[in-house]
Write a protein that binds this ligand. Structure first.
Ligand code: FAD
Length: 533
């Protein structure tokens, strides 16, 4: 048995962020991770001899600049570079759209001069609201509390602060905010644009990790969620961490260890110990007990409360609600080793477009059909695929002359119907994804010399992502902001004393942001100081 101030369940990037802040503030911190490697979904691994890649999360933008600076991640080896082009969208008729600084307007004008005229205004409106989101990312949302005690007063001030931030918006901006939180991305995009590919560019962000049609109410929020990031000070831009996403987690682990935290791998938590309504530690899979004043969990909230916390310790209403926590992203993730770079019919040969996120989902109707097909058959014969080739920006990932690519495929059923298992369909669907890319880049299939496949079931097994949910719970209005993970627990405090949420199941949700870890650390420290001065 060992004693510490805080035990953190899971060494994903949020658990590590939380650990680094707490240890830097002088607390004794122990992070216990089930896998043999830190990073959770932000991890780089050799998936084929000589070829390494970001296994799950694959591109960086949402990682908060304050956290990068506070934890001195650059001193711990983190270097993030911009893509030379942001996105490259392909249509079956051979047309394409290439986006990025100084490129989008010109490329879009070839498809629709009218849309090119409208683009700046659309981006400006989105960006204004993304700025609001940025202001909320490192704040605990107002928490709903019962009664009139100190907690209620504190939350009253928090609500006032939140209202104050919103009050700075003009009435028109508030209308846009309401639209973005409630409407479908598809409707909003149809209102503004006529070109399918520009709608697909924004629409793709609305369905990434969101198992829904782009015409589903609330999908506009997911589009916004993917817009609040930045790379090296450039807002809305996506980039690459040299060495892959694992470089982010490794830098965070370095910062946490340097501050004095102990990070232990191969140390899964079997049970959270609860004594007289207070959490007092955890029991590991090997039977070892770690006693702590506080337990912070970075795992999916449903996993925490249905598998790790003894059910008898929880109120029946709480348990019933958390059992209905909606998981399931519908993403299918592949990493491929390539003997050569692909050549796309729409823009043959090498070029900056090969550093972009290359999106095969030519229009919103295609995305809607992919979702309908997945719901009825498990996956679509015309799947949505984004290809990213990080080795075009980072030669540390593959042998000279060869490459690695991430295939991020949307809209497969989180669970297959009719008693079928992903274990029996993984290879078949992987073949389909590769064949889909091959239609736009003939020869691609032949260039694949190794592959790693992660179905939703594999994402759950490997990373503890229930239903393969990349965000630890859908980003729907009833699971966001003050309701993440539940009304009354948006302040990172769980329903038992001493228990905290520091992962993506807490505000502001999924993505490699570090924000839930940062925000939870602040609350734990506040509570610690209130108890011990
Ligand atoms: C396929 C995929 C693609 C994605 N792409 C991107 C992207 O490109 N960019 C982006 O910003 N975001 C992306 N995301 C989302 C992002 O990766 C996640 O939201 C984020 O990494 C979650 O971080 P976390 O620290 O909150 O949780 P996790 O990374 O899930 O960490 C939780 C940790 O807890 C551990 N754990 C689980 N159970 C136990 C237990 N019983 N005991 C101890 N430890 C346990 C897990 O092994 C894991 O290490 C993607 C996610 C996936 C899955």
């Amino acid at each position: 048995m060992n004693e510490t101030d805080v035990v953190i369940i899971g060494a994903g990037h949020n658990g590590l962020t939380c650990a680094a802040y707490l240890a830097a503030a002088g607390l004794r911190v122990k992070v216990v991770e089930r896998r043999k490697v830190v990073g959770g979904a932000a991890v780089t691994e050799e998936f084929c001899p000589g070829f390494r890649n970001s296994v799950a999360a694959y591109t960086v933008s949402l990682l908060n600049p304050k956290i990068i600076a506070d934890l001195k991640l650059a001193d711990h080896g983190l270097k993030i570079v911009e893509r030379r082009a942001q996105n490259f969208l392909l249509a079956p008729d051979g047309s394409s759209l290439l986006t990025g600084e100084g490129r989008t307007r010109e490329s879009l004008a070839k498809l629709s001069p009218r849309d090119a005229e409208r683009l700046d205004e659309f981006n400006r409106r989105l960006e204004e609201i993304a700025d609001v989101l940025r202001a909320f990312v490192l704040r605990a949302p107002p928490n709903v509390v019962e009664g009139f005690g100190a907690g209620a007063i504190r939350e009253g001030f928090n609500a006032l602060g939140t209202a104050n931030l919103l009050r700075r918006l003009s009435l028109e901006q508030q209308r846009t905010l309401l639209d973005l939180f409630t409407r479908s991305a598809g409707e909003m995009l149809d209102d503004v644009f006529e070109s399918d590919l520009i709608k697909a560019l924004f629409g793709f962000d609305a369905i990434v990790g969101n198992y829904a049609s782009p015409y589903a109410a609330g999908s506009a929020y997911v589009m916004l969620h993917h817009a609040f990031g930045e790379v090296n000070g450039k807002k809305g831009v996506w980039g690459h961490a040299i060495g892959g996403m694992g470089a982010i987690s490794q830098a965070m682990a370095g910062a946490a260890r340097q501050a004095g935290a102990e990070v232990t791998i191969d140390a899964g938590v079997r049970e959270v110990i609860v004594e007289r309504d207070r959490v007092t530690g955890v029991v590991l899979d090997n039977g070892e007990t770690v006693r702590a004043k506080y337990v912070a969990s970075s795992v999916n909230p449903k996993l925490l409360y249905t598998r790790l916390v003894p059910s008898g310790a929880l109120g029946s209403d709480f348990l019933a609600r958390i059992k209905n926590w909606r998981n399931g992203s519908g993403t299918f993730r592949m990493n491929v080793a390539l003997s050569a770079l692909p050549s796309f019919t729409a823009l043959p040969g090498n070029g900056d477009h090969l550093t972009a996120g290359i999106i095969i989902a030519p229009d919103l109707g295609y995305m809607d059909r992919a979702w309908q097909d997945a719901r009825s058959q498990g996956w679509s014969r015309e799947p949505i695929v984004e290809i990213l080739i990080p080795s075009t920006l980072d030669d540390s990932l593959s042998p000279p002359g060869q490459h690695v690519a991430s295939l991020f495929c949307q809209h497969v059923a989180p669970e297959l119907s009719g008693g079928r298992s992903w274990d029996d369909h993984r290879e078949e669907v992987a073949d389909l994804m590769i064949a889909t890319v091959d239609r736009y880049a003939p020869g691609f299939a032949n260039s694949v010399i190794g592959r790693q496949i992660l179905s939703p079931l594999d994402l759950e097994r490997q990373f503890g992502l229930l239903g393969g949910d990349i965000f630890h719970g859908a980003l729907t209005l009833n699971q966001l902001f003050s309701a993440r993970p539940m009304l009354g627990h948006a302040d990172y405090r769980g329903p038992l004393k001493g228990l905290y949420h520091c992962g993506s199941g807490a505000h502001p949700g999924g993505g490699v942001t570090g924000a839930p870890g940062h925000n939870a650390a602040r609350v734990i420290l506040r509570d610690h100081r209130a108890l011990f001065g």
